[in-house]
Design a protein around this ligand. Structure first.
Ligand code: NAP
Ligand code: F7E
Length: 320
């Protein structure tokens, strides 16, 4: 089996590549041209995957890539994925995160319509939530240009499935984190901050709202659900979540406590990290995934936080 992953250099792309290699797939990864390589997360599997240059902005490059690879499965994980950047660069976010998904779908339809397609949809689409917890049937109310773009990506995936009979599915994934998470996201920002403070490299950690709540899981668990969705008899959409919600404050408490520190001594609230619009109580109901995919999250919230703190301390110690 051949799988193509867009966004292989990102958090999820790297975990999905690990999973598919372990299952015996030949793994191809789409990378965009850059003056410096951004292959840190796939350094450990660099000789096991084949990288192909293409860009979500360039339809021709996507068509050529699919012709060259001839994949059985396509996972569209590439996107501008940081919510605050979507306010400062809304057009670019719409192009990458929304229309980019359409370009990949169009290329699949033209080149390899029998390939199975996965779209990385997001709990951010629920935004100003209509009900708690959220299911596959909960209406969307996106609250950022990122979320609006993801909502387009979601519906165009549903539309291509219904219009062209593609095996196209959308995974509505709630926040998932890991030691490979980008450092600007709040979880990694905190665990990196704890490690720096612990090692005497920083004296404070500047954050936005501490009351925000998220349903946080482990990325390594969530990529298993992506794969499982493409192995079903019917293409359907699934919510992937832990069903538990925690505040930024709770994350801080566990992270600092794990390093024997008190967060109140170091955390400073800074208005520059507040958002023009926040989402409400995001908490997912993954009953359908549990029943149809047999999927369950394995790493608890507490263990996720501790895993990330340990990894960041080790990383910084090794750099010394
Ligand atoms: P990430 O770490 O930010 O990775 C994004 C990937 O997209 C990177 O490989 C990046 O490449 C690539 N990319 C961006 N623009 C591109 C372009 N124009 N052409 C080609 N590649 C491009 O994101 P992630 O956390 O792994 O998330 C994976 C996907 O799931 C994203 O679509 C995200 O929006 C979605 N999602 C994430 C979560 C979550 O909690 N992590 C939840 C729901 C949905 P470079 O390395 O070159 O920048
Ligand atoms: O923010 C609050 C912030 O940036 C979480 C992406 O993967 O998950 C991610 O989006 C919360 C927000 O993730 C800071 O206001 C406080 O309420 O870690 P985040 P996100 O916006 O939830 C979804 C599912 C995706 O699809 C996205 O691609 O934390 N917060 N202080 C802060 N957030 C950040 N980044 N930085 C702070 O200093």
């Amino acid at each position: 089996m051949k799988a193509l992953i867009t966004g292989i250099t990102g958090q999820d792309g790297s975990y999905l590549a690990d999973l598919l290699l372990a299952k015996g797939y030949k793994v191809f990864g789409m990378v965009r041209r850059s003056s410096t390589e951004t292959f840190e997360r796939i350094a450990h599997i660099r000789d096991k995957v084949t990288l192909v240059q293409a860009d979500l902005l360039d339809s021709t490059s996507l068509v050529h890539m699919l012709r060259d690879v001839g994949p059985d499965e396509v996972y569209n994980l590439a996107a501008q994925s940081f919510v605050p950047t979507s306010w400062s660069q809304p057009v670019l976010t719409g192009e990458f995160t929304g229309i980019g998904a359409l370009r990949v779908l169009e290329a699949v339809r033209e080149v390899c319509p029998k390939a199975r397609f996965y779209q990385a949809s997001s709990s951010e689409m629920y935004g100003k939530v209509r009900e708690v917890p959220q299911t596959e049937l909960t209406p969307f109310h996106p609250r950022s240009p990122y979320a609006v773009a993801k909502t387009f990506g979601h519906y165009i995936t549903v539309n291509y499935r219904e219009s062209y009979d593609l095996f196209a599915v959308s995974g509505i994934l709630f926040n998932h984190e890991s030691p490979r998470r980008g450092r600007e996201f709040v979880t990694r920002k905190i665990t990196d901050g704890v490690a720096r403070i612990k090692l005497g490299l920083a004296t404070e950690l500047r954050l936005g709202t501490l009351d925000a709540q998220r349903d946080w899981g482990f990325a390594g668990d969530y990529v298993k659900a992506m794969w499982a969705m493409l192995q079903q008899d019917q293409p359907e959409d699934y919510v992937i979540a832990t069903g538990r919600t925690h505040s930024v404050k709770e994350f801080l408490e566990i992270a600092f406590d794990h390093a024997s520190l008190h967060w109140q001594d170091y955390v400073v609230q800074d208005p520059q990290f507040m958002r023009p619009a926040e989402v409400d109580q995001l908490v997912g109901d993954a009953t359908k995934a549990r029943e149809k995919l047999g999927w369950e999250p394995e790493v608890s919230f507490e263990n996720l936080v501790r895993m990330m703190v340990d990894a960041d301390i080790e990383l910084l110690q090794n750099q010394r």
